[in-house]
Every structure is written in structure tokens, then in C-alpha cells.
Design a protein around this ligand. Structure first.
Ligand code: GLN
Length: 498
């Protein structure tokens, strides 16, 4: 049962084959069995999950009309607040904090009867591409436990790949939903900026952050997208227009007549050979399914990474100022006569990890008077150029595509001391965030050289998220015969304990 899709689990509950309580219990048992090795979770809410499951079972027994994901378990990235449940953002500075309210995403999940199993591991404050920056130790990739599961949302994607949960929530500021999806062979979607409420999402870089669905199939991601998306007056950047028809698109998977633009700049020399060859094969699948493949050029994407590493740290240096030892979690050096300033300094020194400090320092510098125009101002201009590249490209194609990540999962420790090597993981995902548009990663088979998962990225104009689902579902269907359904049934690690 736990290897099925969320959609199939839902049908099994509707037909009476299984109850939500039984299904939830099976997932909790799976977590107990494998999470020592995977470390996808920072907190498991056994009691809360079982009582949510019981509420759904009771409602079903009363004959109430339930949503399509009612009773299905889900893993929540630890950057979204859930009332009364520890929320750490992977940081020591929030240790012991229990938020007094639910994020809008959490409220919507609860209203839909989705069962929240617990909080997933992540790079501290979502800064990283490997989950090694978590203050609570790294998550391991279920495909090969010596490798990273991507980041920052490695816990969410690993929980799907290890069959600990059929659904998860991630957040994506520069690729943190899509890159983990790519390297764990799962589906991850960054919706259009403003498509999903940021209320209760602990801010890293407010103009880039977006929560989105993670799943093992495109349809499951669409169903979850449908639950969490939509206007929220509590988020000033939330878009007040109808949610794109993502579920219908995922069900039809129709790409006939669609123009698919291959971004020339996102498929070059720095990409692993097997990543490129699988990408080329998938273009052929899409052409066979009736799409027209064209090439597009986005010359300013070359500057996206550099601009991102000015904008994101600048916004983070401001957002993380709120962790001042007075309001949340950790407090260090609070002895008689200690000044507020020294308590604040000690707490931030002890509470933040190295990467977070690096970003705060970078951002503070980029925003400082005399440097503001040269760094932050220039980066914002580059951002406009990237948006213009997308606008031009979308006159030639309905969606754009590229490999999601330049390589398959690397070894834990391999890039931990080389920030630039780590940052380069997001070379293909960052432009989407800079432009505020939608991006999706779907499984694209295994790289021949290392038998590890590869991701295929699909990008669509703002509020045209359904187009990504059409292409993703088409590709998923074409790859089914080659790789099996889901691709994850081939997962080598942990096979014995499944
Ligand atoms: N890896 C990128 C970074 O470190 C993106 C992170 C994210 O999307 N949250 O900033």
C-alpha cells in the first residue's frame, strides 16, 4: 500500500479497502523502520497524525463529502509553521519554539483532511542544495545513503523516495523543491510566485520564496497543488485570480501542437553526460507525443546565479534580523547584568550555522551605503533582463525545458567546503525564481553512468502552471514503459525494509 500513489491511496480509502488510520499507521511504522538511516524527519507527530486520520475516518463514516486527498499522509518542510508543533527551519536558533498559529498552507491541508505526519529536515533557513547545512545532521538519499538528497528540501523529497510519505510540501527560493526532486527521482513543483500563500512560511528571501507540492507522480502533485493554491488576503503578494487548472492538465497530459522551447544556455558543457543524454531522449518522447521542439536563447541567464547571490542574501540579512534572542527559541548568555545587545550577539553567534552567517554578512555588505547601487541595484537590473529573456522566449514557445540539475546526487561531504561548487547546483533552477514564473521537475530515468535519478525541468509563464503539468504528465506516461511505475520501485537502498 505505501508504494502506491496518493491518488490510489485515496481510492483505496473511498472503496473501504483501508482506513486513513491504518494508512497513517503504516507510514508511521515505515518512518520508524527507515528514518534512522534516511533522517528525513526532524519531528514526527504520531499523536496528531493519528487523531487527524481518525477525524477523516469519522467524517467518511458519517457520509460527509471529502476532498480528493482526505486521509492521505503528508510530510511538511520544517520552514512552515504548524500550531503547537516544533518548527526549527533546520536551525539551532529556533530550538524549542512552538508556533502559536498555522501557516495558510497548513490550514488548507487540514481543511482538506490531509494528515500531517511531521516536519522534514532542511538546510538551515533553506540555504543550501544538499541538506548538509541542517543543524540537526544531513538527510541521506534513499537511492544511495552515502549521497545527498538535494536541498534545501532534501527531507521532503527523501521521505517520498523512501516511501515514508506519498506527499510532501517543499519551498523553493532558488531550486529547493526542484533540485531535490531531480536527485531523488520524484516530482517537485514551484508554482508561480503569488500562487501559494507565504503566510506562515518563515522568510528567507521574500521576493523569491514559494511553497509547492512534492509527490511521486505528476497527478499527485497536481492534486496537492489544487489544495494549497489560491488567493490569501494574509499575504500581500498573493495573486487574486483563479488557480490554474492543474489537475485537469495532469489527467490529460496532452501536448499535441504545443511548442516546447529548449533553452540553449541551460544544456551546455557543465552538465553530466548522462543528464544530457536522458534530456535529449525525453525531447524525442515529447516530439512523438505531438509537441514541436524549438530552440530558444536566454543570453542573460549567464548572470542569474551571480545576481541571485546578491538578492537572496540581501533579503535574508534583513529577514533573519528578527532572530534576536528575545522573541523565539534559543537565548544564550542571559546572566545577571548582561546587556540585551550581548545576549543578542551571543545567541546569533551560537544559534546560526556557517552558511547562514556567510549569507547575512554578504547581504549586509551588498545593502550597505556606498555599495547598494553597485551590488543590490545591479542585481535587480539583471533580474529585469532575465524576465525579458523569458518574455521573449515565451513568444516562441509555450513552455521552456532544461535538465533540472547539472549532475546526479553527489556524495555527502563532497562539496560541503566549497560554496561555489554548491551554488552551481542551482544554475538551471534560479532563473525561474528570479522571474517569478512556475517551474517543475519530473523524473527522467537514471543516468547510465551511475544509475542515479535525473530530473527534467519544465518552465511556464506566470499563472500558466497547468502547461507544466500537461508536459510533465506526457513525459511521465512515455517513460512508464522504460522505467516502471513509479520509477522508485527500482530504489536499491532500503529495499529489504520496504
Ligand atoms: N540552493 C539555493 C540556495 O542555497 C536555493 C535554496 C532554496 O531554494 N531555498 O540559496
Amino acid at each position: 500500500m505505501i508504494t502506491r500513489s496518493a491518488h490510489e491511496m485515496s481510492s483505496a480509502m473511498v472503496s473501504g479497502e483501508i482506513t486513513s488510520q491504518e494508512l497513517t499507521k503504516k507510514h508511521l511504522e515505515r518512518i520508524s523502520a527507515v528514518d534512522k538511516e534516511v533522517h528525513a524527519f526532524l519531528h514526527v507527530d504520531t499523536e496528531g497524525a493519528m487523531s487527524q486520520a481518525k477525524a477523516v475516518d469519522d467524517a467518511r463514516a458519517r457520509g460527509e463529502k471529502l476532498g480528493p486527498l482526505a486521509g492521505v499522509p503528508l510530510a511538511l518542510k520544517d520552514v512552515l509553521v504548524q500550531k503547537g508543533i516544533p518548527t526549527t527551519c533546520g536551525s539551532k536558533i529556533l530550538e524549542g519554539w512552538r508556533p502559536p498559529y498555522d501557516a495558510t498552507v497548513v490550514t488548507r491541508l487540514k481543511n482538506a483532511g490531509v494528515v500531517i505526519l511531521g516536519k522534514t529536515n532542511m538546510d538551515e533557513f533553506a540555504m543550501g542544495s544538499s541538506t548538509e547545512n541542517s543543524a540537526y545532521g544531513p538527510t541521506h538519499n534513499p537511492w544511495d545513503l552515502s549521497r545527498i538528497p538535494g536541498g534545501s528540501g532534501g527531507g521532503s523529497s527523501a521521505s517520498l523516495a523512501a516511501f515514508q510519505a506519498p506527499l510532501a510540501i517543499g519551498t523553493d527560493t532558488g531550486g529547493s523543491i526542484r533540485q531535490p526532486a531531480a536527485v531523488t527521482g520524484t516530482v517537485g513543483v514551484k508554482p508561480t510566485y503569488g500562487g501559494v500563500s507565504r503566510y506562515g512560511l518563515v522568510a528567507f528571501s521574500s521576493s523569491l520564496d514559494q511553497a509547492g507540492p512534492c509527490a511521486r507522480t505528476v497527478l499527485d502533485a497536481a492534486l496537492l497543488h489544487g489544495v494549497i493554491a489560491g488567493h490569501d488576503p494574509k499575504d500581500a503578494t498573493s495573486i487574486d485570480s483563479p488557480v490554474p487548472q492543474v489537475v485537469a492538465a495532469a489527467r490529460s497530459g496532452d501536448v499535441k501542437g504545443m511548442k516546447i522551447g529548449v533553452v540553449k544556455e541551460l544544456n551546455g558543457d557543465g552538465y553530466q553526460a548522462g543528464v544530457r543524454s536522458r534530456f535529449e531522449e525525453s525531447l524525442e518522447h515529447l516530439a512523438k507525443a505531438g509537441a514541436e521542439i524549438v530552440e530558444v536563447s536566454c543570453p542573460n541567464f549567464e548572470y542569474a546565479l551571480a545576481a541571485y547571490y546578491l538578492i537572496a542574501p540581501s533579503e535574508c540579512s534583513s529577514n533573519l534580523a528578527r532572530f534576536d534572542a528575545m522573541r523565539y527559541g534559543l537565548r544564550v548568555g542571559d546572566s545577571d547584568g548582561a546587556s540585551a545587545e550581548s545576549v543578542m550577539n551571543f545567541t546569533r553567534e551560537v544559534g546560526f550555522g556557517r552558511e547562514v552567517k556567510r549569507r547575512i554578512i554578504l547581504g549586509t555588505y551588498a545593502l550597505s551605503s556606498g555599495y547598494f547601487d553597485a551590488y543590490y541595484g545591479s542585481a535587480q537590473k539583471v533580474r529585469t533582463l532575465i524576465m525579458q529573456d523569458f518574455t521573449n522566449a515565451f513568444t516562441k514557445a509555450d513552455v521552456l525545458v532544461s535538465p533540472t540539475s547539472p549532475t546526479t546526487a553527489f556524495k555527502i561531504g563532497e562539496k560541503a567546503n566549497d560554496p561555489l561548487a554548491m551554488y552551481l547546483n542551482d544554475i538551471a533552477t534560479i532563473p525561474v525564481n528570479m522571474a517569478g514564473i512556475g517551474g517543475m521537475s519530473v523524473p527522467n530515468g537514471l543516468a547510465p553512468e551511475d544509475n542515479l535519478p535525473v530530473g527534467f525541468q519544465i518552465m511556464a509563464p506566470a499563472m500558466q502552471d497547468q502547461r507544466m503539468y500537461s508536459v510533465g504528465a506526457s513525459l511521465e506516461a512515455s517513460l512508464l514503459s522504460q522505467w516502471g511505475a513509479p520509477l522508485l520501485s527500482k530504489i536499491p537502498a532500503l529495499a529489504g525494509s520496504k
